[in-house]
Design a protein around this ligand. Structure first.
Ligand SMILES: Cc1cc2nc3c(=O)[nH]c(=O)nc-3n(C[C@H](O)[C@H](O)[C@H](O)COP(=O)(O)OP(=O)(O)OC[C@H]3O[C@@H](n4cnc5c(N)ncnc54)[C@H](O)[C@@H]3O)c2cc1C
Length: 466
């Protein structure tokens, strides 16, 4: 049983990738470490449970990566997706450190496997976890346990005592051996974003937030982030910015995970509830565009849209939990989707007429495009003309929010007056906004958590032991 009468060197709040990397790193640096995971043991690991891969720079092909991905190329990709809204110094630091993470994470027991194919196109840039995020977490928890890290589950933190930028103690919702106060010399906050807090999302999105589906854990309600910001930590990031993808409208409100995400947009068209197209479905390679579709659907009436395709492409992408809705005619499909049949027929007829001949290849920016319609489909445009006609209804699926705590290269939080906190560090989603002002490139979430988690743990241990 964990002894809460003692004072730990490092207290880690959270139980996902960032928390575990911090805990292991701090313990390896000689600190006593307690991890407080708000979720029950079975659901430990927050959004990390759902992950598949991580983006790291590397100078040469590896056993599982098909070629080099230089620091410069990673930086250019980040610049592109964020439109320059990133802290250059921190981002370049993260990218440099990511090279070492490829080996470091293996030393912590995690194993890699070759990339999944399909539309992901990540074989050169992203390393896939053997067995996925849960297996990755299991390896980290086993290592943490072997090293002597203490872990408490069902251990939601409901208050933090912070004075003049100095962490003193945390308050648990449920007592452990009659005690709710946890004391430590340093704090690593790794408790995720506020994506599962619909009331908080509503402050920025209004009633549209009620139609959002949350792809990951219901435990990331942003309570720790809120407390830190209220107690003088400097914020970073736009509260409306987040990673959001189009997921099946039939998905559960929380925790639907990866099996509800649709990667079929490039193979068809997307229409809103008025049966009208609203964005170029072929703008860029899917890993650079999949994360804009949540926001796009969020700005449509009633936050609903439909991916429409035909029988010829149905085996081109990974099947999801829900089967497509089918109709032998466009009108029949429209009826099943509760769309106006005439409007959908018009949209598809106009689209088909605008398609120019080309050679289809979804792995490159091919020459299959439309001409003379708005919005255009600039690549991968092919006629939708072979029944059965098929559709997936989609809603915004919020992955994680970007508002966070500002940190420096030691992952140390900065206070509102610009001074570094005496003993508070942050890693993962809770500080993702330092690197991600907007946009996303697949696999960066885990890079942020691993790099800054490792740094935060090491620095927290150093501070505590001095
Ligand atoms: C479906 C899905 C698929 C994804 N796939 C990928 C992918 O392949 N690659 C990638 O890079 N990223 C992916 N992401 C994003 C990725 O999950 C996150 O960026 C990453 O896991 C964040 O790690 P973290 O440790 O910061 O947060 P989390 O793993 O979410 O951990 C946060 C932890 O904090 C705990 N917590 C929250 N509040 C409290 C509290 N008050 N007290 C105690 N504990 C608390 C939670 O229980 C949770 O354990 C995916 C996300 C989802 C939802």
């Amino acid at each position: 049983m964990v002894d809460l009468t003692r004072r730990f060197d490092v207290l880690v709040i959270g139980g996902g990738n960032a928390a575990l990397c911090a805990a292991i790193s701090a313990r390896r640096a000689g600190a006593s470490v307690l991890v407080l995971e708000g979720a029950p043991k079975f659901y430990r690991g927050g959004n990390t449970r759902h992950t598949r891969n991580m983006r790291c720079a590397h100078d040469a092909a590896t056993e599982i990566l098909t070629g080099p991905y230089t620091e410069e190329e990673f930086w250019n990709d980040l610049l592109l997706v964020t439109g320059g809204q990133t802290d250059e110094e921190l981002a370049k630091f993260m990218i440099r450190e990511s090279k070492d993470i490829l080996n470091w994470i293996v030393e912590q027991g995690v194993r890699w496997q070759p990339s999944l194919g399909g539309t992901l196109s990540l074989g050169r840039t992203n390393s896939f976890f053997l067995g996925g995020g849960r297996a990755m977490l299991n390896a980290l928890y086993l290592t943490a346990d072997a090293l002597g890290v203490d872990v408490l589950y069902d251990a939601e933190v409901v208050d933090l005592r912070i004075e003049h930028g100095m962490f003193l103690s945390a308050e648990l919702k449920r007592p452990v051996n009659g005690k709710t106060e946890v004391r430590a010399s340093t704090l690593v906050a790794a408790a995720g974003g506020f994506e599962a807090n619909i009331e908080w999302l509503r402050e920025y999105w209004g009633e549209a937030a009620d139609n959002f589906l949350i792809r990951g854990t219901p435990h990331n309600r942003g309570s720790i982030l809120k407390m830190l910001l209220a107690r003088g930590v400097q914020d970073v990031g736009d509260p409306t910015q987040c990673h959001a993808v189009a997921i099946d409208a039939r998905a559960p409100k929380f925790d639907g995970g990866i099996i509800t995400r649709h990667d079929s947009v490039v193979f068809g068209i997307v229409v809103n509830k008025l049966a009208q197209r609203f964005y170029d479905e072929g703008e860029d390679i899917w890993p650079k565009r999949y994360a804009i579709w949540g926001r796009l659907v969020a700005s449509q009436p009633d936050q609903i849209a439909h991916i429409i395709f035909d029988a010829t492409v149905v085996t081109s992408f990974m099947p999801t939990l829900f089967p497509p809705i089918a109709g032998q005619t466009i009108a029949e499909l429209a009826g099943r989707l509760e769309l106006d049949p005439a409007a959908l027929e018009k949209t598809i007829t106009e689209f088909n007429a605008a398609v120019r001949p080309g050679t289809f290849d979804h792995t490159i920016l091919d020459d299959c495009r439309t001409e003379g319609i708005t919005p255009p489909k600039t690549h991968w445009a092919r006629k939708i003309e072979t029944p059965p006609y098929l559709a997936y209804p989609v809603r915004p699926g919020i992955t994680f929010t970007y508002l966070g705590t500002r940190v420096n290269r030691q992952a140390r939080m900065l206070m509102k007056d610009g001074k570094p906190s005496a003993n508070m560090f942050a890693a993962g989603e809770i500080m993702a906004g330092n690197v991600l002002g907007k946009g996303y490139a697949a696999g960066i979430g885990m890079t942020i958590g691993s790099v800054f988690g490792r740094v935060a743990g090491r620095e927290a241990a150093k501070h505590a032991r001095n």
